[in-house]
Design a protein around this ligand. Structure first.
Ligand SMILES: [Zn+2]
Length: 190
């Protein structure tokens, strides 16, 4: 079963962090070697943008962690834990961090240092060295063979509403309805 479908079934087609039903997409909770649904969560646009940000956190929005930190899904627990750590200057977030319950291996995953707020000094750059941001539209400048999905994404194909990843050399976007990782040097901002 495709990851997205598995997550839609698990979550009832809702953001697994805040419960929103708007613009859901798959977020792989780093580090991910082999993407699978156990290592991924379904998130809304707002959560995704905030996860990929290192500032301007919407504190009202993140009160949702009060509920989602009790999810039975380890990947959701890890993202709730990581976001609470980023927000821990707020006393309510610190209170939740004191309460959150994580199995040892889940806590180790949460503490692994991946998926923290992106660093300012490592921007994701396109082929023209222009800085890319989540939500940008780009165009492929090379033919890409998409392994596993069995098609070639042709040069010139637009990829709309990209996501950044924890690796500044990679972006993610949807081509032919399939979400793929794309080397940022192979795209140009539109
Ligand atoms: Zn959300």
């Amino acid at each position: 079963m495709p990851i997205e479908q598995a997550l839609q079934e698990r979550s009832g087609n809702k953001c697994e962090l805040c419960g929103s039903v708007d613009n859901l997409s798959v977020y792989e909770v780093p580090p991910v070697a082999e993407p699978n649904s156990d290592k991924s969560i379904l998130v809304c646009d707002t959560c995704n943008t905030q996860i990929n940000s290192n500032d301007n956190y919407n504190m009202t929005h993140w009160r949702c962690l009060n509920d989602s930190m009790w999810s039975p899904v380890p990947a959701v627990q890890v993202m709730a834990y990581r976001m609470l750590k980023r927000l821990n200057s707020e006393s309510w977030a610190q209170d939740l961090l004191d309460m959150i319950y994580l199995e040892d291996d889940v806590r180790a995953w949460g503490d692994s240092g991946f998926g923290d707020a992106p660093e300012d000094e490592e921007p994701t750059l396109d082929n023209n060295k222009a800085t890319l941001a989540a939500g940008d539209n780009v165009v492929l400048i090379k033919d890409l063979v998409v392994k596993g999905a069995n098609f070639t994404a042709k040069r010139g194909t637009p990829v709309r509403n990209i996501s950044l990843t924890s690796n500044p050399l990679h972006i993610e976007g949807r081509v032919n309805g399939t979400r793929i990782v794309i080397i940022s040097d192979y795209v140009k901002k539109m």
